[in-house]
Design a protein around this ligand. Sequence first.
Ligand code: NAD
Length: 488
Amino acid sequence: MPAGPRARDRTDLKAQGPRPPWGRGWRAERAGGGGLDRRLIYQVMQTGTRSVSIFGLGYVGSVMAACLAHKSNRVIGVDVNPTKVAMLNSGRSPILEKRMDQLVAEGHQACRLHATTDAGAAIHESDISFVCVGTPSQRNGKLDLSHIEHVCGEIGRGLGRKDAYHWVVLRSTLLPGTTDAVAVPILEAASGKRAGADFAVCYNPEFMREGNAVTDFFQPPFTILGSRHTQDVAALRELYAWVPGRTFETSVPVAEMVKYVSNAYHALKVSFANEVGTICKQLGVDTESVMEIFTSDTKLNISDAYLTPGFAFGGSCLPKDLRALGYRARELDLRLPVIEAILLSNQEHVERAVEAVLQAGKRRVGMLGLSFKAGTDDLRESPQVQLIKRLLGEGCQIRIWDRDVSMGRLIGSNRQFIEEVIPHIGSLLAPTLEEVVKEAEVVIVGTISIDKGALASVLHPDQFVMDLVNLRKSHRTEGLPFCKGICW
Ligand SMILES: NC(=O)c1ccc[n+]([C@@H]2O[C@H](COP(=O)([O-])OP(=O)(O)OC[C@H]3O[C@@H](n4cnc5c(N)ncnc54)[C@H](O)[C@@H]3O)[C@@H](O)[C@H]2O)c1
């Protein structure tokens, strides 16, 4: 176990030799299943390598307890439900899950796995506590944090009675900011101690899938260690040293949010696949073949392509093809809300950009980039064109520069589109970036085809710079007074 900020105060069970826990504030044993077997806990303390308490013996906590015990840690499960505690203490799994019966029995026999209803005792006899209690929905969808609040109070009181440094690691799914705004104040108030100084608080989301939970625990897609102070994760790094795959050490809110983004994306994929299947079936197209071929593309389809928050999509294909698919679905009397919502979401994103410009309270706008993406002069369904049209309607004065767009060169459907949508756009185009930026109060970066030096040399500090396209870091202009995007 690496040294924590108060390492000198820590009680190292191995170094000092285990002490029998009974007689030091352990709660009276309950008759029946939920009680403590003090002698067994004592054995647990003596045999393992690290001591971990796990609060909440549901699907997440039980699996974690059994798997960490399998990895030679001393594990104390804690639950308010005495039946679950009794099951674990008799070597039976509290949940139905592949391999769990075997792992729990193995942990029990090796005296590495035990459970209790006594939170204070578990805190006293462990170094790291994981919080795996439920975070269900309230009727209105709001996250119900009552179990988190209750367990943090219990853990806090345990910390108040403990001299040694301790790690509290939240693993329940929590909205960003919850650890800092809810868990930490309760832990501090109940313990009378300070997070960061007297104990560490980390966030470590769980990515297991029920039905495959044990395998996922041993081989997670990645490990995310969110901490408030980087030194806090040392203990987790060591605990998870055997875990394959990438480990990300990040802030607590990022770790909290990755869990929600992952679940939202998984849900989106399920719904998307089901809608694809629905329209395929109605069209008499073999869904399985479609999805097999679709998922085999790991360059554009199953990849990080198109997953960078930036500006809206456009061009001659995506909007048109989504409209055609939506129209065909309606012809078939099918409702495909996910696919239908994509264009609405895209339009909303353009509106966010309009709002951001208007909120700046300035009307002279310089637009850098006009085509739907860099390296082309295709203006068809360009969201940059839509944005300009909306801003002109709001009374903004606009000058535009795009290295790749010259009105004289536009031909065919490209020219036709612009003549129909915004025929006088040519009069707004300027030949150089400098000319556009110099006169603007608001500069909108709508293309990645920008010479960073050229932009920096003409920008002045009182300009509002909005980077829609999320220029990669290397392209970002340093020292700008104000430069932000609408979704990054
Ligand atoms: N189930 C999953 O597949 C899964 C996967 C990843 C993340 N999560 C998240 O993990 C968390 C736990 O999920 P779960 O499915 O294991 O929940 P669960 O309802 O199965 O288990 C929660 C357990 O916590 C216990 N508990 C409640 N208050 C307690 C307290 N004060 N002290 C000790 N124990 C207490 C309950 O008795 C229960 O046994 C949730 O936030 C969930 O969103 C779940």
